[in-house]
Design a protein around this ligand. Structure first.
Ligand code: GLY
Length: 422
């Protein structure tokens, strides 16, 4: 079989690596990929213009691609999956309609309200004056969100009116998020512990993936600016068996049913970002894709075939699919370029000391090959991921791997997994 993975991050390296493990798979193309996917066995990077759907279709036909796995949200929100499916190419990822769950905060909040999915109270505006007026009527802290895709940066927690006014000004007047800020959602702040719930969904059938939790803040103890995620671990004790069931019944099933009623039956990874307080669950957001870095520790634990899982979702035979998981724990620590998530410098040569342990895997993210050298090429550069008999052991092994990766300005948090260990 021949697979095409779309994307260039750590998530896509993990998706490509896992696909390539499958004996049925002869070749995995990754577009555009990174140095990690370049170095992987059976895997080839290919540079396709991801805005040119016709060209991607031609590539799939010419290369006899049996399955396309789309990693990031942008091509999904633009409708790449529908386009490929309508051209009879097996594409694993939601339609443009269903991807609005991530692509528009107003769409998702209106959808939650319509289908009774628990979420914070909100209002949505398309101009500065009305949103500014609204800010004077609400309690603080409060949350201002740019409506569209903003690379994880469009959510601003405001402690007081002044901060909220600045947020609205930066969005509407200074155009901080471009078109993604043509609308805003202003919602109540929700307290609790954040958790991710990620599943494979095909219309009305759901197969939950192993539980996980990521660490979004840049600093130890979960302080400082929000990032795409500085590390993640699996399983996550915060999602107990009971809570798992509640999330499926109160959040996932009504979402899947609602999408069917709206005419957008879901296919793909569906990721709910949740806030948990005792028995209370609130949906903060949905992502129409696998999480990054959650994918890396989750796929390290997956024993079954990712390719079979995706194909059974596409072929609507997910009902009988059971994923086999390694009972070990896993932990992934992101190594970033100093300065991320704000400005940082790329093009630094990476030096990797030798290591040999079947329980560890270095997933690349912002890397590229240049003159046979690995160079940094982004904010999040690697995710050092490891399995252990318990989370503490997985954490120790992941940090041993972090020690072996050197480049100028390498930064990682020193406490990834601490919440699971407490
Ligand atoms: N780790 C958060 C995300 O993938 O959006």
């Amino acid at each position: 079989m021949r697979i095409l993975v779309i994307g260039s991050g750590g998530r896509e390296h993990a998706l490509a690596w896992k696909s390539a493990q499958d004996k049925k798979v002869d070749k995995v193309f990754v577009s555009p990929g990174n140095a990690g996917t370049f170095l992987e066995n059976k895997t080839t990077n290919v540079s396709l213009d991801l805005n040119n759907f016709e060209l991607i279709k031609e590539f799939c036909i010419n290369e006899n691609i049996d399955l396309v796995i789309i990693g990031p949200e942008q091509p999904l929100v633009m409708g790449l999956s529908d386009f490929l499916q309508s051209n009879k190419i097996n594409s694993f990822g939601p339609s443009k309609g269903a991807a609005q769950l991530e692509g528009s905060k107003t769409f998702s909040k209106d959808f939650f309200a319509k289908y009774g999915i628990p979420s914070a109270a909100y209002a949505s505006f398309d101009n500065f004056e009305e949103s500014n007026k609204h800010l004077k009527k609400i309690k603080y802290p409060s949350v201002v969100k740019a409506d569209g895709l903003a690379a994880g940066k469009g959510v601003i927690i405001c402690q007081n009116l002044n901060e909220a006014e600045n947020a609205i000004k930066s969005i509407f007047k200074d155009n901080a998020f471009g078109d993604a800020g043509n609308r805003v959602v202003i919602e109540d702040f929700v307290e609790g512990e954040e958790a991710s719930f990620i599943a494979v969904v095909s219309k009305d059938t759901i197969v939950p993936l192993a539980t996980s939790q990521d660490h979004k803040a840049i600093g130890e103890g979960d302080i400082g600016l929000n990032t795409g995620g500085m590390g993640a671990y699996s399983p996550a004790p915060v999602v107990s068996k009971k809570l798992n069931e509640k999330i499926i019944n109160d959040v996932m099933l009504p979402t899947m049913q609602g999408l069917i009623e709206e005419g957008f039956p879901y296919l793909g990874f569906l990721y709910a970002g949740l806030m948990i307080k005792d028995d209370d669950i609130k949906v903060l957001e949905f992502n129409c894709r696998f999480g990054d870095p959650e994918t890396q520790p989750i796929l390290l634990r997956m024993k079954s075939s990712l390719v079979d899982l995706c194909l059974s979702a596409i072929n609507e035979s997910l009902e009988s699919y059971e994923i086999e998981w390694d009972q070990k724990h896993s932990c992934g620590v992101v190594i970033a370029s100093d300065g991320y998530p704000e400005s940082y410098v790329s093009n630094k040569e990476v030096f990797i000391d030798e290591y040999a342990d079947p329980d560890i895997k270095l997933f690349h993210a912002g890397t590229k090959m240049h003159d046979n050298k690995i160079m940094t090429n982004g904010g999040r550069v690697f995710c050092a991921t490891a399995l252990g008999n318990d989370l503490k052991e997985a954490q120790k092994k992941a940090y041993n791997l972090v020690e072996k990766i050197n480049f100028d300005g390498a930064y990682s948090r020193k406490d990834i997994g601490y919440k699971g260990i407490e």
